[in-house]
Design a protein around this ligand. Structure first.
Ligand code: IDP
Ligand code: MG
Length: 138
């Protein structure tokens, strides 16, 4: 059994897509074992995306991530890291497959509706960033 962190980004919440994203996760048989709505500060967005610090889009990305509330979720299931990434689609919605969340709803490569951890180590780190053990259902 594997866990991953999913985020509905400010554009997803703002466009009223939280229900649609959650519906797709549930329909895929993925268990949601934690959920909260938060608004990140610039410091927290910077820490969350620290791996992208040197990238040209870092400051725009971190500002975007603070532009409104986000919904963070812990997902659980077999191979859920990869399965969530498949539901999300490629980072750039133009390259994402039809039927994926990003292809169906994202406006551009930055405002791409959802985040999903990319591997077991980042998943563990990212889950800890948002949730303590008491907040995660077993
Ligand atoms: P991922 O979210 O598909 O894992 P990453 O490469 O980890 O993609 O990038 C993190 C986030 O940074 C993306 O989801 C997107 O919001 C933003 N981003 C990635 N590449 C670009 C870019 O070339 N221009 C603007 N924003 C980008
Ligand atoms: Mg990533």
């Amino acid at each position: 059994m594997e866990r991953t962190l999913s985020i509905i980004k400010p554009d997803g919440v703002g466009k009223g897509l939280a229900g649609e994203v959650i519906r797709r996760l549930e329909q895929a048989g993925i268990k949601i074992c934690a959920m909260k709505m938060v608004r990140l500060t610039l410091d927290h967005a910077g820490m969350f995306y620290a791996v992208h610090r040197e990238r040209p889009f870092y400051s725009s990305l971190t500002e975007f991530m603070t532009s409104g509330p986000i919904i963070a979720m812990v997902l659980e299931g077999e191979n859920v890291i990869q399965r969530n990434r498949e539901l999300m689609g490629a980072t750039n919605p133009k390259e994402a497959l039809p039927g994926t969340i990003r292809r169906d709803f994202a406006s551009d490569v930055e405002k791409n509706i959802v985040h999903g951890s990319d591997g077991p180590e980042t998943a563990a780190q990212e889950i800890k960033f948002f949730f303590n053990d008491l907040e995660i259902q077993h």
